[in-house]
Write a protein that binds this ligand. Structure first.
Ligand code: NAD
Length: 253
């Protein structure tokens, strides 16, 4: 039980990596506040985790709205009296020709990925300062540095998350708050299954993965969740400002 009694907020928890992390955190004794736009998916996960004996609160809302961050952090304090961990995982991906990208799409990707991360950090840190401790984990991507044509908005948002993570880490290290990020490569989630459909099938996606990721396969959500678990737990007490690549070797190739 590596998170015994710790209170963790996870955004984008209804699907993919967020869902896998909520399951791993619950197995390790965390008390959870789970946030997602998808109210139905969230309710299903909350029911599943409660049936397994976990303490869980679900908040349905958009992470790019300040009210959602206020509600989620407030729920952690009301329900459990503290907030130990925030995993800013919710994110959206868009690809397409940059010169044809509408302002709305640019804003949406930056609002969900970067502003959402900012809002939850901003809301949680005053309480972590009162406690004298806290661990924030932000979701970046290998695409923060290894980009491809058509991913300007996504890459900008994920590179911004690395910058925000490092800046928060140095500002608060002396006062007990750690801030790190994870940079996954290809992970088997609904996001990539939607991408496979756009590319014309799973075989095409798998061929692309073999070219880009030395381990030659998609990672499981648990493989990413285990890195987040390490950063959330006291085992990583000396780690802050880090960007941990969980990418099957992609960033080294
Ligand atoms: P996913 O689409 O399976 O899950 C994302 C979840 O976030 C969904 O439940 C969705 O409803 C929720 N969400 C989206 N916008 C939201 C908003 N505005 N407010 C609240 N919730 C919102 O995606 P995933 O693959 O699990 O991705 C999770 C994170 O990991 C994203 O930030 C993504 O950029 C990042 N990432 C994924 C991969 C990958 O290969 N899948 C690789 C690197 C980074």
């Amino acid at each position: 039980m590596r998170l015994d009694g710790k209170v963790a907020v996870i955004t984008g928890a209804a699907s993919g990596i967020g869902r896998g992390t909520a399951e791993v955190f619950a197995e390790h004794g965390a008390r959870l506040v789970l946030v997602d736009l998808d109210a139905e998916g969230l309710a299903g996960l909350v029911g599943q985790l409660k049936a397994g004996g976990a303490e869980v609160v679900g908040i349905s809302g958009d992470v790019s709205h300040k009210a959602t961050a206020v509600e989620a952090v407030g729920a952690a304090l009301r329900q459990y009296g503290r907030i130990d961990v925030v995993f800013n995982n919710a994110g959206v991906m868009y690809s397409g020709a940059f010169h044809e990208l509408g302002d709305d799409l640019w804003d949406r990707v930056l609002d969900v990925n970067l502003r959402g991360t900012y809002l939850f950090c901003r809301e949680a840190i005053p309480h972590m300062l009162e406690q004298g401790r806290g661990s924030i984990i932000n979701m970046s991507s290998v695409m923060a540095t290894l980009t491809e044509p058509g991913y300007e908005a996504y890459t900008t948002s994920k590179a911004g998350i690395i910058g925000l993570t490092k800046a928060i880490a140095v500002s608060y290290a002396e006062r007990g708050i750690r801030c790190n990020c994870v940079c996954p490569g290809w992970v088997d989630t609904p996001l990539n299954r939607r991408l496979a459909e756009e590319l014309g099938g799973m075989d095409r996606l798998n061929a692309l993965i073999k070219q880009q990721q030395p381990n030659g396969r998609m990672l499981s959500t648990r493989e990413v969740a285990n890195a987040v678990l390490f950063l959330a737990s006291d085992e990583s007490s000396g780690v802050t400002g880090a960007a941990i690549y969980v990418d099957g070797g992609a960033s080294s190739a």
